[in-house]
Design a protein around this ligand. Sequence first.
Ligand code: ADP
Ligand code: ADP
Length: 236
Amino acid sequence: ASQVEIRKVNKFYGPFQALKNVDLTIPPGKVTCLIGPSGSGKSTLLRCINFLEEYDAGEVRIDGQLIGYDAPGRKMSGRKLREMRRSIGMVFQQFNLWPHMTALENVAEGLIRVRGLSKRDAQARAEDALRKVGLGDKMANHPSRLSGGQQQRVAIARAIAMEPRLMLFDEPTSALDPELVGEVLTVMKTLAAEGMTMVVVTHEMGFAAHVADQVAFMDAGELIAAGDPASILHQP
Ligand code: ADP
Ligand code: ADP
């Protein structure tokens, strides 16, 4: 499981500063939840971790290795960035599944294309991942024949099949009907219990309170406080 160190990270969109000197350590094998008002920079910070957003100053290190830059101001090659991203899984609010492929094909495709597995090995690994998220009986379904919660579980299976050392979740339950949120959070709890390093942008305060090891509260681009859930959430 990976450790992430975020040091004095700044991010500008034109003149607008979306991240202001953010410092945060994401400990290995633990769950860190990023919470705070809409527009406070949570998603931007999450995306700086895999360099989907280019931060402008500061450092993001994964297991000690700087991501995005070889040295301050000098961008790393696309090839090196892709190599680093191989150990990072990401799950978005939108599930981004291929509509013309079954659940199994959606999970196997990346293993074939990105990892170079044979079709047979990829399918075997995809089956394991789908069983793990409770979809052993839906592998032949296309996304249109899955509920939103099931589609998001396929997206999680697709990420974990790549055997990441770090998983990033950007509001993974926000697009779901309320009755489908629980099944996705349950799968995430299972991953957490296995010691996966997870960073989760969420409005699910119950999940933050009960599953997170660390909660980081952001407001207006600043990281206001980080600590164990009880100290940050002040639950009565
Ligand atoms: P959160 O995830 O906390 O809702 P975001 O990280 O999505 O916040 O956005 C932080 C701020 O940066 C918001 O004010 C948003 O409008 C702005 N922002 C995000 N992406 C862009 C972009 N591509 N260009 C300009 N402004 C952006
Ligand atoms: P969310 O609330 O789910 O983070 P948003 O609607 O804030 O999504 O953003 C959707 C997309 O638009 C993102 O790619 C984000 O980077 C971009 N975006 C957000 N705010 C701005 C902005 N003020 N100007 C330009 N792009 C933006």
